[in-house]
Ligand binder design. Structure first.
Ligand code: ARG
Length: 467
């Protein structure tokens, strides 16, 4: 109706008619912004108190509002608070609900000195703060699981690869820890993000700042922020923080996806190094024998979607003039999708890792195949004084001879070794085992058992510090 606020919206009086159904359908965001209700309620409570402090709301009305907000919060938790069809967004819905419960006198007073533009920018930051902390604890669980599985693996060896070709033996523990360190860096990325996110845009109004003398710092403090945005145009329209958070989510996805890819390949029939637990794998509708690594595959798949969420938002942001534009509403669905994806992926992935079986025998058997000890022999020649270029050629010839005769390195006779180079004396056989090979990699960060134990201790300390 002309001259009045539209139902469930926060505007309308200057319009001669309400929005068309198509306009309404496009504009509506309650189906995704409903999860921001708790933040809206918290900010509205702090706002009401500030309005009371500055004399815009009586003490009685502050009490009335506060009690109603708690009740609405309880209904939300119980799942009984639902948006009406006419509600435009979470803000409009909550004003409608508040007015239904306590009347327009107090319920209609709370919009003073704020705008949906500063509210939504603030609520998204509050949502990201909670989400970052939750994701951090899930990631710590995943990293802890890799650490404890590495402990169980002891000195077991496996084939290490480059270019996906067999390269050099490594400890299984070394390999498992290699997948934990990126997660540690992701956790520190979340911490870095949380520090930068800790500035409140609340009080910026629609764009120019609040005009009725409210203390934005008091409201920001009540919401747990340590600082208020220095520029209302920036505060209400910046979403680089959302992009940063989506990057961290995408990076977590990519890091998990690399491990997922390994698990898929290493649990395949041809490798058989990893065995999937029944509770963390699925079957086939047609092939009765199948056991599939769906957790790893869905992780790999969803990581692609999370990259899309980041790039999609950045494309939305790149040509936006200052200050607020409605395009910014498009920040929420990718944000929620990435958080939801990781919230699903991480516990499943942690379970997959915790229950993964290791076929140590198969790994040990292949740890030295593909002439994986060739570099060790070259290193021994260097230690005897040979230039590495020459040693590389000598061992290259040895490998060629093995290939020609279908032999393994250790099967070449003393005479044949000596014929290739007088330096290839029988004592080089000492290095021809996976155990000897890994023990030699004793430099910092190397795969020698002592170094790996130190590494595990360093990882444990890093995780404890982050927790
Ligand atoms: N729902 C909007 C968003 O998510 C906030 C509303 C701002 N609307 C407006 N007409 N200024 O960004």
């Amino acid at each position: 109706m002309a001259g009045e606020t539209n139902d469930g919206a926060l505007w309308g009086a200057r319009f001669r008619q309400g929005p068309s159904p198509a306009m309404q359908a496009l504009s509506q965001s309650t189906h995704f912004d409903w999860r921001l209700v708790p933040y809206d309620l918290a900010a509205t409570l702090a706002h009401a108190r500030e309005l009371g402090d500055k004399g815009f709301l009586s003490a009685g009305d502050v009490e009335l509002v506060s009690a109603a907000l708690s009740e609405i919060g309880r209904d939300y938790e119980a799942g009984t608070l639902v948006p009406a069809e006419s509600d435009e967004d979470v803000h409009g819905a909550l004003e409608r609900i508040l007015i239904d419960r306590i009347g327009v006198e107090a319920g209609g007073a709370l919009r003073a000195g704020r705008s949906r533009n500063d509210q939504i920018a603030t609520f998204v930051k509050l949502y990201m703060r909670d989400s970052a902390k939750h994701l951090k604890s899930l990631l710590l669980d995943t990293a802890d699981t890799l650490l404890s599985r590495a402990g169980e693996a002891g000195d077991a060896v496996m084939p290490g690869r480059t270019h996906y070709q067999l390269a050099q033996p490594v400890l299984l523990a070394h390999y498992l820890l290699a997948h934990a360190w990126p997660l540690v860096r992701d956790i520190t990325r979340l911490d870095d993000f949380l520090a930068r996110n800790d500035v409140s845009p609340y009080g910026g109004g629609a764009l120019a700042g609040g005009g009725i003398g409210l203390d934005a710092a008091a409201i920001s403090k009540a919401l747990g922020f340590s600082a208020v945005s220095q520029n209302s145009l920036d505060g209400t329209s910046a979403r680089d923080g959302v992009a940063e958070f989506l990057y961290v989510c995408a990076q977590i996805g990519v890091d998990l996806s690399r491990l997922a890819e390994d698990i898929i390949i290493l649990s395949s029939g041809e490798c058989g190094y990893f065995l999937l637990d029944d509770a963390y794998s699925t079957g086939s509708s047609m092939m009765p024998q199948k056991k599939n690594p769906d957790i790893a595959e869905l992780t790999r798949g969803k990581s692609g979607r999370m990259i899309g969420n980041l790039t999609g938002l950045m494309a939305t942001l790149k040509a936006l003039p200052l200050a607020y534009n409605r395009d910014l509403q498009e920040d929420k669905e990718p944000l929620f999708d990435s958080v939801d994806s990781l919230t699903l992926i991480l516990p499943a992935f942690t379970g997959l890792l915790a229950t993964l079986g290791f076929n140590l025998e198969a790994m040990a058997k292949n740890a030295t195949t593909g002439f994986a000890l060739a570099t060790d022999i070259a290193d021994v020649l260097v230690q005897k004084g040979m230039p590495f270029r020459t040693a590389h050629e000598v061992v290259g010839k040895l490998v060629a001879l093995c290939e020609e005769r279908g032999l393994d390195l250790a099967e070449v006779s003393d005479e044949d070794l000596a014929a290739i180079s007088p330096q290839l004396t029988p004592d080089i056989r000492q290095v021809m085992s996976a155990e000897a090979s890994v023990a030699r990699k004793a430099g910092i960060g190397g795969t020698a058992p002592d170094r790996v134990s130190e590494q595990a201790k360093a990882l444990q300390e890093a995780l404890e510090a982050l927790r």
